[in-house]
Ligand binder design. Structure first.
Ligand code: ADP
Length: 266
């Protein structure tokens, strides 16, 4: 009887093993698919701005554009496309540092309200020019926090870029910074295409992009939100999303009040 029981348990274990192996294989296959999508998305994202920069630079060089207004417009396109390239490359570099465990943070006592204002200053004009209603509400009682300024600025810009990229007819961008009991919240709100509830956790995974034609018509690497989450967690914080399709999204970064230095609570 005991050998019968043993055989039974053995086959149960083997069955469980098979299910686990199947799950691992399925997970690996899904990741491989995401990675290959990522490579083609990124190649596309790199090639488009490079092609535009080259085209506009060559046209200017040939001296075919006579009016200063038009020239100014071309210079502006070159600058914007270079900025897009820089931000994509920074995201990829950051991502590879994180994956290899080499990402380091430099925490400094920071006036986060000033950081948010200065990060958005140059974008605000551009966003408003593109027809967005821009609202910024920064409370005056936000205490200084220990943060890596560049990393927090990059997180904010990733969220803002998404809000702009995934906007709909109602172009709205809202930024809110306020203090609550255990920390400081930084919110980025849009009235864009929104995200179905079943995708709310997945969008923070590396390479993941929602499988919707509205999303696939926009360029993206699927890295932005995974970086935001990594950066915010390195600060002892969290990032969350509230969103529904057709209504828009709100991303909330929560940073704790404790002092942080070199990733360790001091
Ligand atoms: P991507 O480079 O694709 O924008 P992210 O990691 O920044 O990568 O975002 C992952 C996915 O989450 C996006 O592809 C998109 O489907 C969804 N998403 C992110 N932000 C928004 C937003 N503000 N509104 C609608 N969908 C969003």
């Amino acid at each position: 009887r005991s050998s019968f029981l043993m055989l039974g348990s053995l086959s149960l274990l083997m069955g469980a093993g098979l299910i686990l192996t199947y799950r691992n294989v399925a997970r690996e296959l899904a990741l491989a698919k995401l990675k290959s999508d990522f490579v083609s998305n990124v190649s596309h994202e790199l090639r488009t701005p490079l092609a535009l920069i080259r085209l506009y630079a060559e046209t200017l060089e040939l001296g075919r554009i006579s009016t200063t207004g038009k020239q100014q417009e071309y210079y502006e396109i070159i600058r914007k496309e270079s900025e897009r390239l820089t931000s994509l490359i920074n995201n990829i570099l950051d991502f590879s540092r994180i994956e290899s465990g080499k990402k380091e943070y430099t925490f400094r006592e920071t006036n986060v309200a000033d950081l948010v204002r200065s990060t958005l200053e140059s974008y605000r004009f551009e966003i408003e020019q593109n027809g967005f209603q821009f609202e910024q509400k920064i409370d005056s009682d936000v205490p200084p926090l220990w943060v890596d300024r560049e990393a927090i600025a990059r997180s904010l810009l990733n969220l803002v870029n998404n809000a702009v990229k995934y906007s709909s007819n109602e172009k709205y961008l809202g930024i809110r910074l306020y203090r609550h009991n255990s920390g400081v919240n930084l919110e980025v709100v849009d009235h864009g295409i929104g995200i179905p509830a079943k995708e709310h956790l997945k969008i923070f995974e590396k390479f993941y992009r929602v499988g919707d034609p509205l999303v696939h018509n926009t360029k993206g690497s699927g890295l932005g939100l995974s970086l935001v989450r990594h950066i915010v967690q390195a600060h002892g914080g969290e990032v969350a999303v509230e969103s529904s399709p057709g209504k828009g999204s709100k991303f909330i970064i929560t940073l704790p009040l404790q002092r942080f230095a070199n990733g360790v609570s001091a």
